[in-house]
Design a protein around this ligand. Structure first.
Ligand SMILES: Nc1ncnc2c1ncn2[C@@H]1O[C@H](COP(=O)(O)OP(=O)(O)OP(=O)(O)O)[C@@H](O)[C@H]1O
Ligand SMILES: [Mg+2]
Length: 353
């Protein structure tokens, strides 16, 4: 696209040192033909260009070096100071132009977009800090997007993110942030899915969790989601738990932003996914796992405004992090995973007969 931006079509998974983990996976998923909402990424160099053009490099990293991590008030005060330096400095013209062009290419009449963090650490395999950075939903207009790109850059220096790098012994200069601008999915419901059972590491299952509205409610833990356990091999729903989902995170036209709203009582105990939508999610989860060849952690959303199956979108994929780190223990003798999968599948068939 340009010196400071790349569209998802130009990005592949090995580009995480330039585009951060989230954008590099969204580029990879786009390249294999999956339904990812259009978007682009403001690459690593743009943040450093912003600091340089505004003469902020010395101040930002200088202040960060003096933080006393034993003193919460000092951490809060200094990180707030750094964030306001980043947010209040004007966006360099050449980056502003590229973001405006990129935004206009995402749709006519100022489409709603999300600005999402995409991060990495220079010279490291780390390509995500789950839940540590900020995401902004339902933004409209290039000027607003530009302001929120600066907020997203600044979120590298929230107290939580700054302290997390310190605890891991990572220099702040090595933090890479490459914000994503992506069309919003106007989500009827959304959530996460795993290509194994996160409760026990069972590789023969896909577990889907979802609730009404955009996925924030599920990833933040504010809503107890519906939960489906599906057998990967025989494609059967083994478990279905429908919860009472009293809140949904949706756009409020009066407040011009996403807010938590009460779900009408008659919908609270309704299942948020139709059977065909569950099966489409399972199909996509299997495609993603087959492509990456490792268990994956995936975010999805279903758009109110499109017909099935064009309403099913993938919003993120990354390596599953809990069970993948555990050493694989032989369960029964030396059987291959495929044999184990088949054995489990046959058991389920028997149970269901
Ligand atoms: N384009 C989009 N349309 C609709 N919902 C979105 C969009 N982008 C993100 N979301 C939702 O917003 C929530 C937060 O998004 P995001 O993945 O950027 O951050 P996170 O999950 O909080 O943290 P992490 O950086 O670890 O992924 C997710 O539930 C996701 O489903
Ligand atoms: Mg996420």
């Amino acid at each position: 696209m340009g010196r400071f931006t790349k569209t998802f079509r130009e990005i592949r998974k090995d580009m995480f040192q330039i585009c951060g983990g989230k954008a590099s996976h969204l580029g990879e998923l786009t390249s294999i033909g999956l339904s990812v909402p259009y978007g682009f990424c403001i690459i690593r160099d743009a943040f450093f260009h912003h600091l340089k053009e505004n003469g902020l490099e010395r101040d930002v990293f200088g202040i960060a070096r003096t933080i006393d991590y034993e003193d919460i008030a000092d951490l809060d005060k200094k990180t707030e100071n750094i964030r306001s330096l980043i947010e209040n400095a004007p966006m360099p013209k050449e980056i502003e132009e590229e973001i405006t062009d990129g935004y206009n290419s995402l749709g006519k009449d100022d489409p709603f977009v999300a600005v999402r963090s995409s991060v990495a650490i220079r010279d490291s395999e780390i390509s995500s800090f789950p839940g540590l950075m900020d995401t902004y939903h339902y933004l409209k207009g290039a000027d607003r997007v530009i302001d929120y790109v600066k907020k997203c850059w600044a979120s590298v220096f929230t107290s939580r993110a700054t302290a997390a790098r310190y605890r891991k012994g990572i220099d702040h200069e090595r933090a890479i942030i490459a914000p994503i601008v992506q069309r919003m999915v106007n989500a009827k419901c959304a959530g996460v899915m795993f290509t194994l059972n996160p409760v026990n590491g069972d590789l023969s299952k896909i577990v889907i969790e979802g609730a009404w509205g955009i996925g924030e409610g599920v990833v933040s833990g504010n809503v107890t989601p519906d939960r489906f356990v599906v057998d990967k091999v025989i494609l059967e729903v083994n478990e279905k738990q429908v919860s009472c989902k009293n809140l949904k995170y949706v756009y409020d036209p009066n407040e011009k932003k996403a807010v938590y709203k009460e779900v009408p009582e008659e919908d609270q105990r309704k299942c948020c996914l139709e059977e065909k939508e569950i099966m489409e999610l399972v199909r996509l989860a299997k495609l993603i796992e087959d492509h990456y060849k490792i268990p994956m952690d995936i975010e999805w959303a279903i758009d109110i405004d499109f017909e099935f199956p064009n309403n099913v979108f993938i919003l993120q994929a990354r390596a599953e992090s809990v069970w993948s780190k555990k050493k694989a223990e032989p369960v029964v003798g030396k059987k291959s995973s495929y044999e184990l999968l088949m054995e489990r599948a046959m058991k389920t068939i028997k149970l269901n007969q």
